[in-house]
Design a protein around this ligand. Structure first.
Ligand code: B12
Length: 228
């Protein structure tokens, strides 16, 4: 195993063991070794959190272990986020992000936030259990092009539909693009909900936001040409 792989493994294992101190140390060592924070998140921290999610489901882990793991991961993210935010000087596109109404699972959403921030987006994080109207109000207020919604539960998938319907009613559909993701969400659900894009993980979230922003820019350009 090379030095970088060894650090990725330490990041992953210290999240799994919920060892905040060792996780912070691994996060700092990653920086010292010249590892891109974005890579440290995807190849280390997020991989660890996936294992923890599975262990929790298999009843190998219980709530205290889960929360310790999340705490360790957040400690490392805190070290990385300010560095990632500093990377872009130009005007940033805004993304409204939140966990839909009825759902409080936010670990995946927080990883998505880190990755979008790393990619140079200004993420407006509405937190968990976000009422559908709030997504829309904030998008309008902030003039954001993208609303990104996360949900881990099947019943709360309908909250996504609610946001889509409200966008339609307000005549904002297509102007504000929607991206959905989270444990229960699939490409098929994207079509069922009428959303614009689905992202399978935090890395995919970035590619999909890039695509949506390109689409918005192309549409604006076309409008301008037509009105000339
Ligand atoms: C941790 C956990 C909890 C924790 C949450 C802690 C927290 N702060 O988030 C606690 C213990 C509180 C909890 C509570 C509950 N939970 Co729970 N929980 C889980 C568990 C084990 C892991 C979820 C997780 O964090 N995974 C790790 C992260 C990193 O993965 P992720 O969320 O999928 O995110 C990745 C991608 O999906 C994607 N992504 C995520 N969001 C977004 C958004 C966008 C826009 C994009 C593009 C991508 C994207 O990128 C992320 C990173 O790559 C899952 C089972 C599992 N193995 O998934 C059950 C699970 C989600 N829980 C479940 C349930 C039912 C509940 C409860 C109702 C239980 C209860 N009876 O009380 C409550 C929910 C209360 C509520 N109203 O929300 C069910 C949902 C079933 C369903 N299909 O509806 C699951 C699937 C367990 C199961 N098999 O039954 N839970």
């Amino acid at each position: 195993m090379g030095e970088k792989e060894e650090i990725f493994e330490r990041l992953k294992q210290t999240v799994i063991s919920g060892d905040t101190e060792a996780c912070s140390k691994a996060a700092q060592d990653a920086l010292d070794a010249g590892i891109d924070p974005m890579k440290a998140i995807t190849e280390g921290l997020a991989k660890g959190m996936e294992v923890v999610g599975d262990k929790f489901e298999n009843k190998e882990f219980f709530l205290p272990e889960m929360l310790l793991a999340a705490e360790a991961m957040y400690e490392a993210l805190e070290l990385y986020l300010p560095l990632l935010e500093k990377r872009e000087g130009e005007k940033k596109e805004k993304v409204i992000l939140g966990v839909v109404e009825g759902d409080i699972h936010d670990i995946g959403k927080n990883i998505v936030k880190a990755m979008l921030t790393a990619a140079g987006y200004e993420v407006i994080d509405l937190g968990v259990d976000v009422p559908s109207s709030k997504f829309i109000e904030k998008a309008a207020e902030e003039e954001a092009g993208v609303i990104a919604m996360s949900t881990m539960m099947t019943p709360t998938l309908m909250s996504i539909k609610d946001v889509e319907e409200q966008l339609e009613k307000k005549g904002l559909k297509g102007k504000v693009k929607t991206l959905i993701g989270g444990g229960t969400v699939t490409e098929q659900w994207k079509s069922k909900m009428g959303s614009d894009a689905f992202g399978k993980d935090a890395v995919d979230a970035v590619s999909k936001v890039n695509l949506l922003v390109q689409e918005i820019k192309a549409a604006v350009k076309l409008m301008k040409e037509k009105t000339k």
